[in-house]
Design a protein around this ligand. Structure first.
Ligand code: PLP
Length: 377
């Protein structure tokens, strides 16, 4: 048989999914592995959201829906984006996808032509590079300032005639850093000076600790050249619902929708009813989960201080991103084999020498995990 797609052959499998699978296998073999490698809240989806979905199912909302998403959900998203993010937004500037990941992939397909370059700021979430590659683009990695995980003007050195897109992710997975107003202004200036489109992944916007989150599209001149990506997975503990969205100019949204029409059609209809309940219902659940993450964050960072490990500014998301001595893959593998704690090595984020510890686990498990790690350090 002739070889399968060379494009896909060049794409590495997701390191985070591989590590989690390895931890699951050990668990299935009876080993008490504590998984701190996973990027999902350990809370249940709030009950009123689940109820809304069950009611939708009972009403028979089990058929095709409009391609960009059901109108009530689209209006709720447009309202949220305008009010909370300061981005003028009408309903025809929104397309709802199957999770932020799907919206990011569709954006890459819609924006990039074959051979276009897309800049990724490292350390970076594992799926940006593959999404760009599958869309036929060329990923160009650029390291954030190692001292503070911010953007500085060395970014200009990566701009070429082929640069079409820059991806920013704040709060960041894996580092937890939040891009400052100055960093985002620098990105905005570069995008406007060089006619570049920005993808701003704001999936962790609700999980911030003492810092302010800014939306790139709210910067003057950026509204029409930014695709804001967000979703329900992290803020509302809805990872399995597969619900996310893209917001941008009507022209870009229509292109994204063209990809969507011929691939997923639209997200699952009854899942979208959960999305409406999430946005329109009480928002206290977000603060309750954020406050619990903040409590765990303080505990984990205190333990890191005691262990003498330095870490990136953990201002957002639910990760402690820690610098380690030696090869990060070997360190992560040793922690898994000897301490039975699964974490993610920084090389997975194009950033060797670091380890990502997710604190989306109960305090009890976090305490146990950190005791085990300190015993093998
Ligand atoms: C930075 C970042 N963007 C996007 C996603 C995808 O989120 P969703 O579950 O909405 O597809 C994740 C999930 O881990 C993430 O960490």
């Amino acid at each position: 048989m002739r070889p399968l797609s060379t494009k896909i052959a060049a794409i590495a499998p997701s390191a985070t999914i591989e590590i989690t699978d390895q931890a699951r296998k050990m668990q299935a073999a009876g080993i008490d592995v504590i998984s701190l490698s996973i990027g999902e809240p350990d809370f249940q989806t709030p009950a009123h959201i689940t109820e809304a979905c069950i009611n939708a199912l009972r009403r028979g909302e089990t058929h095709y829906a409009p391609g960009k998403g059901i109108p009530e959900l689209i209006s709720a998203i447009a309202e949220k984006i305008a009010q909370e993010n300061g981005i003028p937004c009408s309903p025809d500037q929104v397309v709802v996808g199957c999770g932020a990941k799907n919206s990011i992939y569709e954006t890459c397909e819609a924006v990039l032509s074959t051979g276009d370059e897309a800049i990724i700021l490292d350390p970076s979430w594992v799926s940006y590079e593959p999404c760009i590659q599958i869309a036929g683009g060329i990923p160009v990695h650029h390291p954030l300032d190692p001292g503070n995980f911010q953007v500085n003007d060395t970014l200009l050195e990566k701009i070429t005639k082929k640069t079409r897109m820059i991806i920013v992710n704040s709060p960041s997975n894996p580092s937890g850093a939040i891009l400052s107003r100055e960093s985002l202004q620098l990105v905005a200036d570069i995008c406007q000076d060089h006619d570049i489109i920005a993808l701003s992944d704001e999936i962790y916007e609700k999980l911030v600790y003492g810092k302010r989150h800014y939306s790139l599209a709210s910067f003057p001149g950026m509204e029409d050249r930014t695709i804001t990506i967000n979703g329900f997975s992290k803020a509302y503990a809805m990872t399995g619902w597969r619900l996310g969205y893209a917001v941008s100019s009507k022209e870009i949204i229509n292109y994204i929708n063209r990809v969507q029409q011929h691939t997923i059609s639209h997200p699952t209809t009854f899942s979208m009813y959960g999305g409406i309940a999430a946005l329109k219902g009480p928002q206290q659940c977000i603060e309750d989960m954020r406050a619990e993450f903040e409590r765990r964050r303080s505990f984990v960072l205190r333990r890191m201080d005691e262990l003498g490990l330095s870490y990136a500014p953990a201002d957002g998301a639910f990760y402690a991103y820690v610098q380690v001595n030696g090869n990060d893959k070997e360190v992560a593998s040793r922690w898994l084999k000897e301490a039975h704690v699964a974490v993610t090595h920084g090389s997975a984020f194009n950033h060797p020498g670091w380890i990502r510890i997710s604190y989306a686990a109960s305090m009890e498990r976090l305490k146990e995990a950190l005791d085990r790690i300190s015993s093998v350090l």
